[in-house]
Design a protein around this ligand. Structure first.
Ligand SMILES: [Fe+2]
Length: 391
C-alpha cells in the first residue's frame, strides 16, 4: 500500500562524532567511503517505492519466497534474492532448494565470507575438514579460503546462503541454467558435471576441492557460543550470543568480530509486537529474512508484509520500521557492514540464557539507545513523521 502524500527529505548526518568510529571494526567498506556515498543517496532513496523484484540497483526492494532469479544447478533450484547489482556490490544472497542427495560439493571462495542457515529439511555439512549433520535452524560461518560443501538428506531441503562481496552470480550462471520452475524436477539429476565446474572456476571466485563429499566421520552440530575471531564455525539452532529487549530476544549468529567487520547476523524472536519507531541508517544495509510467523514492515511510505521465506533489503538511507505480526515470529537480519552491532548491546540485556522469548516482556532500554544515539548508526524520524502526517 502506498500513499500519495508528499514525502519529506531527511538529510543524512553530515558528520558522525569521532566516538562512532571507535566502535567500528575497520573494514574497506567503512566508514568514509560509505559515508560519502550515503550522504548523497539518502535524499533520493527515501523517495523509492519498493517493488517485489530485483531492482538492478541499490534501492529498497522485497522478494516473496522463491521469487528471485532462479537457476537449476545439479538438481537444485538456486533462487537469487540479491545480486551484486542490487546490493551495491556489498553482498549476494540466495536460497538452494533440493531433494535428498542434492547439494554443493566441497569448494572455497577467495574473497567471499559465506554464511549458511538451514531453513528446511536436513543436510550434511562439510566445513574445514570436518563433516556435520545439520538440522533445521543450524548455522555455519565460512571465512574466505575455507573449504565447505553440503548435501541434503531429506526430500525437501532448503539452505539460505549469504555471500559477502560480489561475483557469485557469475559462478551460478556457469554452473546451471535459468529455470522458470520453483522446485527441482522429480528425480532430478544431482550429478555435478566436471566441465561446468571448470567453467565456473573460470567465471568467478570458486575453487572446487579434489574430493566432492569426503567420507569423514559425521557429528552433530552442538556449538552454542561464538568465536571471537574470524574462523570457521557452526552454531546449533536457536543458540548464539543472546540479548533480551522488551518482548523479544535477539541472538547474534555471527558478529563483526568473527566476520572481519563485514557483516553480522541477528535472529530476532518474539510475539506480536507494536511497530518500532521509523528510522534510517546512514551507513549500513539491513536485510530482513522472515523465518516464522509474519513481519509487517514500513519501507519509506509503503507497507510490506513478509511471510516465512520472504525477504526485504533496506539499503542505507531507507526509512523503515517493523512489527512482529504473529504470536511466534522469527526473522533473520543480515546487516552489512557490521557496525550496528552495538545497537543490540545497547537496547538489550546481555546474557539471556533462554531458548524462547520471555513470557513477560523485559525492560526495553530505549533510554540507553537515546543516550548513546551519537555512537549508533541510527536516525530516528518517528516524531517528525507523525508531526508531518498530522498536519
Ligand atoms: Fe533498522
Amino acid at each position: 500500500m502506498t500513499t500519495n502524500q508528499p514525502w519529506p527529505v531527511f538529510e543524512a548526518d553530515t558528520q558522525l562524532p569521532a566516538s562512532f568510529y571507535d566502535k567500528v571494526t575497520p573494514h574497506p567498506e567503512t566508514p568514509e567511503a560509505l559515508l560519502a556515498e550515503g550522504r548523497t543517496i539518502t535524499a533520493h532513496i527515501q523517495q523509492v517505492v519498493p517493488e517485489a523484484k530485483l531492482p538492478g540497483k541499490k534501492i529498497p526492494y522485497y522478494i516473496p519466497a522463491d521469487g528471485g532469479e532462479r537457476y537449476l544447478v545439479a538438481g537444485t533450484v538456486v533462487n537469487v534474492i540479491s545480486r551484486a547489482a542490487d546490493s551495491g556490490d556489498i553482498f549476494e544472497m540466495f536460497t538452494v532448494t533440493g531433494g535428498k542427495g542434492a547439494g554443493q560439493p566441497v569448494h572455497q571462495h577467495n574473497a567471499h565470507h559465506v554464511a549458511l542457515y538451514l531453513l528446511d529439511g536436513e543436510s550434511e555439512l562439510w566445513l574445514d575438514g570436518e563433516r556435520y549433520q545439520m538440522k533445521k535452524g543450524d548455522f555455519a560461518s565460512i571465512p574466505e579460503c575455507v573449504d565447505y560443501g553440503f548435501r541434503f538428506g531429506a526430500h525437501r531441503s532448503k539452505m539460505l546462503v549469504w555471500c559477502s562481496g560480489p561475483g557469485i552470480q557469475h559462478v551460478l550462471q556457469a554452473l546451471g541454467e535459468p529455470t522458470a520452475y520453483y522446485i527441482q524436477p522429480n528425480n532430478a539429476d544431482t550429478r555435478w558435471q566436471p566441465e561446468r565446474m571448470r567453467a565456473a572456476e573460470q567465471a568467478g571466485d570458486i575453487a572446487f576441492a579434489a574430493e566432492a563429499f569426503p567420507e569423514y566421520t559425521i557429528k552433530p552440530i552442538t556449538q552454542a557460543s561464538l568465536p571471537e575471531e574470524t574462523v570457521p564455525y557452526t552454531l546449533a539452532a536457536d543458540e548464539g550470543q543472546k540479548f533480551v529487549g522488551g518482548p523479544e530476544y535477539f541472538a547474534l549468529l555471527a558478529t563483526q568480530q568473527n566476520t572481519g567487520g563485514k557483516f553480522f547476523v541477528v535472529m530476532s524472536q518474539g510475539p506480536q509486537t507494536p511497530m518500532i519507531p521509523r528510522h534510517y541508517h546512514n551507513l549500513h544495509t539491513e536485510n530482513f529474512f522472515c523465518v516464522d510467523g509474519a513481519l509487517d514492515m514500513i519501507v519509506n511510505h509503503s507497507q510490506v508484509s513478509l511471510a516465512p521465506g520472504d525477504f526485504a533489503s533496506i539499503p542505507a538511507g531507507t526509512i523503515h520500521a517493523y512489527r512482529m505480526a504473529k504470536p511466534f515470529t522469527r526473522f533473520m537480519g543480515f546487516l552489512t557492514p557490521g557496525l550496528f552491532q552495538n545497537f543490540f548491546e545497547t537496547l538489550g540485556e546481555a546474557g539471556y540464557q533462554a531458548n524462547v522469548y520471555p513470557h513477560e516482556p523485559h525492560k526495553l532500554r530505549f533510554d540507553r539507545v537515546l543516550k548513546e544515539l551519537e555512537s549508533l548508526d541510527l536516525v530516528i524520524v518517528e516524531e517528525q513523521m507523525r508531526k508531518m502526517e498530522s498536519e
